[in-house]
Structures are given as structure tokens and as C-alpha cells.
Design a protein around this ligand. Structure first.
Ligand SMILES: [Zn+2]
Length: 197
């Protein structure tokens, strides 16, 4: 089992919904927690094609709306947001490859049980995550912590960037650094940034 596979053991749920209802949900074995309230909050966000992050107690929730579907992943707070984003990107591609979801939704004539077999795909994505090569771990020094941090970035984030170096903010322990990453995943600079919100 690879390193990311181990990190992804902290995943609490993965949900695919329309605006009306859940069409697919994966949870770890023996998890009976419900995330309906979180999903209701997620659905109120109408912006498409942008990843949103929510901190909730010791959970992290990432969601994105793509076409008619809302993809949401939740984990405990040991998992970095970019890893959850990479997972959702992979899941959305595979889900749409396996099922012609858009046309099911357009015609409204389907049963969500037909998506149950996708559980096997999720288990495989988690088990093979290291081999998928969709994330990279970067070593970035933090001048506040005086240590070198391991920051996980999605390859799609670097590869699809419009210009380089790409800025990325990493929040941790109550402060944040801004690092600049070039095409080759080398760190071109690190700054301490102020945060408000
Ligand atoms: Zn630090």
C-alpha cells in the first residue's frame, strides 16, 4: 500500500449529487455517519468549476459543481485539500466514463442503484493512488516553523497554469506561506503572507 493510499484512509465520505438528491455515496466500511447537513450547505453554492474548501470541526470538506453534478469529499483534517481535489478530479472523470450520467439526468429515468458498482472504482482509485501519478509532494521551508513542510499539489494545477511560477498558499498552524512553483515543480520562492477573512 502506498503513502497516499494510507493518507486516504482518513477519508470520511465521497458524494455525488444532483441538486435534488444523492446519486452515489461512498463511505469507509462500518461508517454510519451522515453528512446530509454538510451536503445541503454545499448545494447552496451555485458556482461551477471551482473547488471550494470548508473547515468543519476536525473535518475538511472539498466540493465542486461540474455540469449537473456536485462532487463532495470529506476527510479528517490530516488530509491536504489538494489531495482531496485530485481525488475528486479522478473520481469525476471515471464516473462520467463509466456512466452516461448527463443523459440519465436529462431523461430523468434512472435508479441510483445502478451506480452502486462504482464503489469498486473508488476502492481501486484509493488503492492505486500512488501509481496514478496525479499529485506530487513538494518540500517547502517555512521560516516561522523553522522546518521543511511536505506540501501536496495536484499535477493538473501546475500543468494547467496560465503562467509560471504558480502561487500557492499553504495554511498551517495558524499562519500561511505563499510559495511559487515552477513548471518543473521547483520552489522559486517562499513568503510569509498575512491572512484575513
Ligand atoms: Zn509554518
Amino acid at each position: 500500500m502506498g503513502e497516499y493510499t494510507k493518507i486516504l484512509q482518513n477519508l470520511e465520505f465521497l458524494n455525488i449529487s444532483t441538486d435534488e438528491f444523492t446519486i452515489f455515496e461512498w463511505k469507509p466500511p462500518r461508517s454510519y455517519k451522515s453528512f446530509i447537513l454538510d451536503l445541503n450547505i454545499v448545494k447552496q453554492n451555485l458556482a461551477s468549476n471551482i473547488f471550494f474548501h470548508i473547515f468543519k470541526g476536525n473535518m475538511k470538506i472539498v466540493h465542486i459543481r461540474i455540469n449537473d453534478l456536485i462532487y463532495t469529499a470529506g476527510s479528517n483534517n490530516t488530509v491536504q485539500f489538494q489531495l482531496l481535489e485530485a481525488l475528486i478530479e479522478k473520481v469525476s472523470i471515471e464516473f462520467n466514463m463509466k456512466f452516461d450520467v448527463e443523459s440519465y439526468i436529462t431523461f430523468g429515468n434512472f435508479s441510483t442503484t445502478m451506480f452502486n458498482s462504482f464503489n469498486k472504482n473508488i476502492e481501486a482509485i484509493i488503492a492505486d493512488f500512488n501509481e496514478l501519478g496525479i499529485v506530487k509532494e513538494l518540500k517547502v521551508p517555512c521560516m516561522v516553523c523553522n522546518t521543511v513542510l511536505s506540501i501536496i499539489v495536484k499535477k493538473s494545477f501546475i500543468e494547467n497554469a496560465e503562467s509560471y511560477p504558480v502561487p500557492l498558499v499553504y495554511m498551517h498552524n495558524g499562519h500561511a506561506i505563499l510559495c511559487f512553483i515552477d513548471k518543473n515543480y521547483d520552489i522559486r520562492g517562499v513568503e510569509l503572507v498575512n491572512i484575513t477573512g
